[in-house]
Design a protein around this ligand. Structure first.
Ligand SMILES: [Zn+2]
Length: 678
């Protein structure tokens, strides 16, 4: 499934815990050795909770962020490796069986000498096809074919539930075709963006040169690409505007699409895709489509050819021979994100299979690594957290009974998904060969694209998952009002059967609370109990809610990562409401779970309440490379980990009380600046 821009809200670092099971004396508490006890919790809670771990565990060269949680995510890939090695050594796997598909893909991907020997041969037929186009009409036919292999330039075409009738799937035409992380990279005047543009142009030229261009045409080609993409960037919404669901809500008929971009051959495109022209459709960014049209009309055919060749090259660079892979890493991995070296080839192969054949690999993963009892415990946790959210909303003094009633209806329709899908995708028709890695990758992409396209114009299938089972993450989808926790996140340090409840509520509990709170953040709150983009708030309540959000946005606007670089409060608002609400209701759920029971003992000198907050600091906290932090602050709706830890706790009176912080402590926001949404 295509991830909907701005609509699917991930946790991007979650964990799930089973709660409410008996605490035995052998259960452990927080990781005391990870803490930096020289620091006071009320001065710098991030350093206090996990400073020693970060000091003792430098970021590995191939990673850009590191913590126990990231370590667990990488460990899960070791498990994938075991599965893939076993499958690829299976000699007699039946054609089309899971073992054959994932095993042969892995064997082909791991055959690096063959990949290197082929050089750029695998994409030569595509380059020739692009070169052979006599006019824009025939080039557009090639463009439609490129979309079949997920080279989505300059627009993307896929499925999306109708925001006004979410049980029905629309065709969605989205903006795409930029290769820097977001549109601001093309436009902002600050020196670091200017430098990124220069490095990007040099990178495009280097890639074109590897693909056979001479130096002069490679340099000229890079300038052409830069020019076209810059114009597309100018016509794009920025990443804050993209968080507004109304900004991309444009129900469009085929004839309106034709008026929007009359020089694009839409009849030909829809015919190629096998989609009838009377399909229900949404166009995310009409202004962007108008810019495409302008360029189709005005840019020389030769410019379009080099643009599409670059887009193809960039999209498949990781699957070509070593020089392409290394050049690609040098720009995106090293320069933009700060990684010091590439991940080993086996891991890159496993990650790619997870993307393209995720439910074949995932099926094997959950058979081996996801105990059924984990699911039952998660279900119970989610129930407890939803009950806490219900109670919390009903106790909000600023919200009217009318709005509360609508909120209750929304909580009642929340659909939790845990572990893995009930029904698996069928890969048996997929043609995967041991000796043809590039072609396997293309077959995988075609599968993913068709699997998505086939949903268009039908009733929504609520059984589908937007993440694969081994993924160490979670998400909320407001159109389906579902919270989804793949098996990959249900492991320590997020979810730990051997940890006390305080620790589990502080880690996976806050993650569950975070996803639930996404249903009631500035974006999610615009969708009603049926997932419709429809206001259910009274005017006064909505104003109050927005003012509460503005407090959080202002808080994060003042969180700096470097002297002149700070978070964009409006960009990280949804995630930050999620963290604040998540911590609050997880704490509430934990308190409720203790009702009628003897108070749990302190462990290592820490009260249960302190353990809860330290668990959050230890689960969420990570070390990040400066390049990756800059990239996140510009492009990611998630704040960096340090502020995800101290941002929420410094608003919570429960935290202040747990650590007896003075009113003027650094980790206590002053009265009047303290934010409370839920
Ligand atoms: Zn989130």
């Amino acid at each position: 499934m295509r991830i909907l821009r701005g609509l699917v809200l991930t946790l991007a670092s979650l964990s799930l815990l089973p709660f409410g099971f008996a605490q035995k004396s052998s259960l452990h508490g927080i990781e005391v050795n990870d803490m930096d006890r020289k620091v006071q919790p009320c001065d710098d809670f991030f350093e206090y909770a996990n400073g020693a771990w970060r000091a003792n565990n430098p970021i590995p060269p191939s990673m850009t962020r590191w913590s126990r949680r990231w370590q667990a995510g990488e460990n899960a890939k070791d498990r994938l490796k075991d599965i893939l090695e076993a499958a690829s050594s299976e000699q007699n796997a039946a054609k089309g069986s899971t073992e054959q598909v994932i095993g042969d893909y892995y064997a082909a991907c791991m055959d690096e000498s063959r990949v290197n020997a082929r050089g750029m041969d695998p994409i030569k037929p595509w380059f020739r096809k692009i070169d052979a186009a006599r006019d824009m009409a025939s080039l557009q036919e090639v463009m439609a074919e490129l979309h079949d292999i997920i080279v989505n330039a300059p627009f993307a075409f896929g499925s999306q539930p109708d925001p006004h009738r979410p049980s029905w799937v629309l065709a969605d035409v989205g903006a795409s075709g930029l290769s820097l992380p977001d549109r601001d990279y093309y436009l902002k005047p600050e020196p670091r963006f200017k430098e990124a543009r220069e490095k990007y142009a040099a990178h495009v030229a280097a890639m074109l040169k590897l693909a056979g261009f001479d130096q002069k045409s490679a340099d000229a080609g890079a300038q052409t690409v830069m020019g076209m993409e810059t114009k597309l960037a100018q016509a794009s919404l920025d990443n804050v505007e993209l968080r507004d669901p109304a900004a991309t809500d444009h129900n469009t008929t085929f004839s309106q699409l034709r008026e929007m971009a009359p020089h694009v051959n839409w009849e030909g495109y829809f015919k190629h895709k096998g989609i009838p022209t009377d399909v229900d459709m949404n166009v995310d960014q009409p202004k962007f489509m108008q810019e495409i049209d302008r360029q189709v009309q005005q840019a020389p055919l030769a410019d379009w050819k080099v643009y599409l060749q670059w887009q193809l090259l960039n999209s498949v660079a990781g699957s070509l021979s070593k020089p392409f892979v290394e050049q690609n890493f040098a720009f995106y991995g090293a320069y933009l994100a700060g990684a010091k070296e590439m991940k080993p080839r086996w891991k890159r192969c496993a990650e790619e299979e997870d993307q393209l054949l995720g439910e074949a690999l995932g099926k094997k993963y959950v058979e081996k690594y996801f105990p059924p009892e984990a699911k039952a415990r998660m279900q119970e946790m989610v129930r407890n957290l939803l009950a806490a959210m219900r109670e919390d909303i009903l106790s909000r003094p600023w919200m009217s009974d009318d709005t509360k009633e609508k909120a209750m209806a929304k909580i009642a329709t929340f659909n939790p998904k845990i572990g893995y899908p009930d029904k698996w995708k069928d890969y048996s028709q997929l043609e995967i060969r041991r000796d043809a890695y590039f072609e396997d990758m293309i077959a995988g992409r075609k599968f993913v694209e068709k699997d998505d396209r086939d949903l268009i114009g039908k009733t929504v299938d609520r059984g589908r998952w937007g993440m694969t089972p081994p993924t160490s993450d979670a998400y909320y989808n407001p159109l389906l009002n579902e919270i989804v926790f793949p098996a990959g996140i249900l492991q320590p340090p997020a979810f730990d059967m051997n940890a006390v409840d305080a620790v589990n509520y502080g880690a996976i509990g806050v993650v569950i609370g975070h996803e639930i709170s996404h249903g009631f953040d500035d974006e999610g709150a615009q969708f009603d109990f049926l997932g419709r983009l429809r206001n259910w708030w009274t005017e006064k309540d909505l104003k109050d809610f927005q003012a509460r959000g503005a407090c959080v946005a202002d808080q994060f606007d003042n969180y700096f990562i470097e002297k002149d670089i700070h978070h964009n409060g409006k960009l990280v608002l949804g995630e930050s409401i999620g963290d604040l609400g998540g911590a609050k209701i997880a704490y509430l759920a934990y308190q409720k779970s203790l009702e009628g029971k003897p108070r749990p003992a302190d462990i290592d000198g820490f009260t249960p309440e302190q353990q809860f907050f330290i668990a959050w600091g230890q689960f969420r906290g990570d070390e990040i490379r400066p390049e990756a932090a800059r990239l996140m602050v510009q492009s990611d709706p998630h704040p960096i980990a340090k502020y995800r830890v101290i941002g929420p706790v410094s608003n919570l009176p429960e935290f202040q009380k747990a650590f007896s912080c003075k009113a003027d402590a650094a980790m206590v926001r002053p009265e009047g600046k303290r934010c409370e949404v839920w």
